[in-house]
Design a protein around this ligand. Sequence first.
Ligand code: SF4
Ligand code: SF4
Ligand code: F3S
Length: 267
Amino acid sequence: LAAARRQSVIWLSFQECTGCVESLTRSYAPTLESLIFDFISLDYQHTLQAAAGHQVEAARETAMKENWGKYLAVVDGSIPLKDGGVYSTVAGETNLDTLRHVAEGAAAIISVGTCAAYGGLPKAHPNPTGAAPVTDIIRDKPVINVPGCPPIPEVLAGVIANFLTLGRLPEMDALHRPLAFFGETVHERCYRRPFFRRDQFAKSFDDEGARNGWCLYELGCKGPETRNACATTKWNRGVSFPIESGHGCIGCSEPDFWDKGSFYAPL
Ligand code: SF4
Ligand code: SF4
Ligand code: F3S
């Protein structure tokens, strides 16, 4: 991997909260610094770039021309379609036009986070901007979804590393997710599962069951229907994940998780 030519990456941020980028800065295997300085050429990224204004838009165009057909486009955030896409613009251009333009010369697209993968929070009812995911707009390029609100940083870094090493996207499921990380539900790997099997459920967040680490299913845990690697990869250098810190999974990597009813009502 270290000997590979540095891959041009153009990162587009649309209707997002920057939580996905914030998450990536916590990656430790590889670290964000190692990814940027050793493996990829991050040619456009709003939060991390030093340049601004016309200068940075020109740098994006140059990077696209020089790497036409070969660069990797990364998208975080959903794309507003209503009223011609006027609800989110950068440098006077709608996100919709920017995405179509950048996608044209991309080798592949990585949709980072539930917003880019499925519409996410901006698409939550009543979806005032007509927010849509990348796959609703780009159909002639390989697109991989790395959902999560935010996604696990090592999963995103792993997908990029896979592309750098093999020159293609990893194997995916029907929702364009990498099977290696989304092949199982959180529930299938959850360390509280023995309690689930024995019908030992916490009834409130401060009862005896909760203190004993019992299953959080009756407190609304969505782990049984949520595909993600949280229970094995975990977060913050493998320290913990939501269920280990005492809160049920809210299904943040699944489509339309905001609109599926209460986070605290059992499935
Ligand atoms: Fe923010 Fe979540 Fe959307 Fe990422 S997926 S931009 S963390 S709201
Ligand atoms: Fe399944 Fe959630 Fe219970 Fe874990 S806490 S065993 S994911 S229902
Ligand atoms: Fe999200 Fe559930 Fe993991 S809420 S962070 S998919 S445990």
